[in-house]
Design a protein around this ligand. Structure first.
Ligand code: HEM
Ligand SMILES: *[C@@H]1O[C@H](CO)[C@@H](O)[C@H](O)[C@H]1NC(C)=O
Ligand SMILES: *[C@@H]1O[C@H](CO)[C@@H](O)[C@H](O)[C@H]1NC(C)=O
Length: 498
């Protein structure tokens, strides 16, 4: 059954890439002014495998094992850190070299653009930041990133995160068994929606969650849009979400106009809607302002990259800690110390309190390194590029494999071991571009700091409230990282006494 689904994903991806190449080649003649430099690099070594399917079956088979990077490792040992292959219907250059990945991600000159299969493009929507390029992507990235990074936002969202985490944890003690992967998804969705549209728990929020779950199922599906198909149902759910978000955004715009707030450029925005609306009304500058339709559809598309990644990181942190009692003990100790301090002084926590817990931060880094929630990104070269003597020909896909770098013995000793203490030695891996769970360069995840904060708050309250026993569960890596049984655990409260 799974093989069948995967087959269709591949067909979808192939069709996407093929369509893209065709379109490029027909429009390329007009683009000779793109200052094509003379490139002298050579195409990397590698094998194209079988006709048509290339090395796709090997790639997928590796994806189903506990070491999905074995596909890359095998070829790297034969051909070098950057090699060519033919997977998912397209010739592709795979990079397991941190330096090459860095150049691709930095994307000076906008040579590399995202390339996604058709069903995914439909789900994302045409304006989604995940597939726009050039100035529009830069602009939205800067607006959203600046907002999510601002200390004012972090201060405010910390209280919301605490609130939702505590509510969730309080309800856990009555459950005989709970599925971490599901439970974390519930409260992280509330945080995300709060940050984007300031929607508090309500019927609207429940509606949004239900429809979003329906919508997101279409992300990996057959690229066929007929009544009854997965893609069709997902797009219908998206329409219903659009309607709700539209009402919210329109009301907000009205309110803003009435209060004259949009002229006050110094007012602190409450959420992503505010940020995008204010920019849209800044008429004194000649920047192209964002239309209401753009804002509405964009708000929904902003939910996609944050919705599963954060709860999966939390789930995997719980999994790795369950399997490594020494780390759990040290983590608990560090967090208990903070909790005692706060109880004694009667002060509230602020976001810097959570972020200053050094061992907790090491646990988070190590979780992100081993988990590889986004294991690579796909790009497409708009012209011939040479990086470190390697030629990436125009029209080719490049896959920057983050997991290969994270699981490379050259970069991390015993890479398969969950070892948070390795981060105590030095942050050198970060400097050498060997740690890129959030990507890098032009599209570095704008949700990076929010994610780390959420995970920190969650771990703090979890380990200072409960002890738990996790059932045995296995990680599945393909097509996305998941736990086979959603990580069932049994919790017991610990008093405030320790
Ligand atoms: C642990 C959690 C997360 C991980 C591992 C993660 C990872 C990533 C990665 C690797 C990229 C780069 C994609 C590319 O280069 O094509 C990315 C982009 C992005 N992420 Fe995250 N992310 C996380 C959480 C979040 C959250 C919570 C949000 C929203 C609040 C978010 C919003 C975005 C957006 C909008 C982009 C697109 C940026 C652009 O293309 O300019 N992410 N993320
Ligand atoms: C870049 O994005 C715009 C829309 O934002 C699109 O029309 C254009 O085709 C994209 N360029 C390429 C090369 O895909
Ligand atoms: C953990 O990762 C972050 C980037 O996500 C980095 O800034 C920080 O320095 C890392 N911690 C250590 C101890 O290297």
């Amino acid at each position: 059954m799974e093989w069948f689904v995967v087959f269709w994903i591949l067909v979808g991806i192939s069709a996407g890439c093929w369509w893209y190449r065709k379109e490029k080649s027909s429009s390329s003649s007009s683009k000779n002014d793109m200052n094509m430099e003379q490139t002298s690099g050579v195409l990397p070594k590698g094998s194209f495998g079988w006709p048509l399917i290339g090395e796709t079956l090997d790639f997928i088979a590796a994806g189903y094992t506990s070491q999905p990077v074995s596909f890359m490792e095998k070829r790297r040992s034969l051909y070098g850190k950057v090699f060519k292959t033919h997977i998912l219907g397209t010739p592709i250059i795979v990079s397991t070299d941190p330096g090459v990945n860095k150049v691709v991600l930095q994307n000076h000159g906008n040579i590399f653009i995202p390339a996604y299969p058709k069903s995914i493009r439909e789900i994302f929507g045409e304006y989604s930041i995940l597939q726009t390029n050039g100035t529009l992507q830069k602009k939205v990235h800067a607006l959203i990133g600046g907002f999510l990074r601002s200390p004012q936002f972090k201060a405010r969202i910390t209280r919301d995160i605490e609130h939702y985490v505590k509510l969730a944890l309080a309800s856990w003690k009555d459950l005989p068994l709970l599925l971490i992967q599901e439970e974390t998804q519930k409260f992280t969705f509330k945080v995300l929606v709060k940050a984007l549209i300031s929607l508090d728990p309500s019927d609207d929020l429940d509606f949004l969650k239900r429809e979003f779950d329906e919508f997101i199922k279409g992300l990996i599906c057959l690229p066929i849009k007929l009544p009854g198909t997965r893609l069709y149902k997902s797009l219908k759910a998206k329409e219903r979400i659009l309607k709700l978000v539209k009402t919210i955004v329109e009301q907000r715009k009205l309110g803003m106009e009435r209060s004259g707030d949009h002229e006050n450029q110094n007012a602190i925005p409450n959420d992503a809607v505010d940020v995008l609306l204010r920019d849209g009304s800044g008429e004194q500058n000649d920047r192209q302002s964002l239309s209401l339709d753009f804002i509405i559809s964009h708000i929904i598309e902003l939910m996609i990259p944050g919705e599963e990644t954060v709860p999966m990181s939390m789930t995997l942190a719980v999994k790795f800690l369950s399997d490594c009692p020494v780390a759990l003990e040290q983590l608990t100790e560090e967090n208990m110390k903070l909790k005692r301090q706060k109880t004694d002084s009667g002060d509230d926590y602020c976001w810097t309190d959570y972020m200053s817990l050094q061992f907790t931060q090491n646990v988070i880094n190590e979780t992100l390194r081993v988990a590889n929630i986004i294991n690579a990104v796909w790009r497409k070269a708009l012209k011939d590029v040479e990086i470190k003597g390697i030629l990436i020909p125009k029209g080719w896909c490049v896959l920057t494999s983050f997991s290969s770098v994270h699981m490379d013995e050259e970069n991390y000793e015993n890479p398969y071991e969950f070892d948070p203490w390795r981060w105590e030695k030095t942050g050198a891996s970060v400097k050498n571009n060997c740690f890129t769970p959030f990507g890098g360069g032009q599209r570095l995840c704008p949700g990076l700091e929010l994610s780390r904060l959420e995970i920190s708050v969650f771990l703090h309250h979890l380990v200072t409230t409960y002890r738990w026993v996790a059932e045995k569960d296995d990680i599945i890596y393909f097509p996305t990282v998941k736990l086979k049984k959603k990580l069932p655990i049994r919790v017991t409260s610990i008093g405030n006494s320790s």
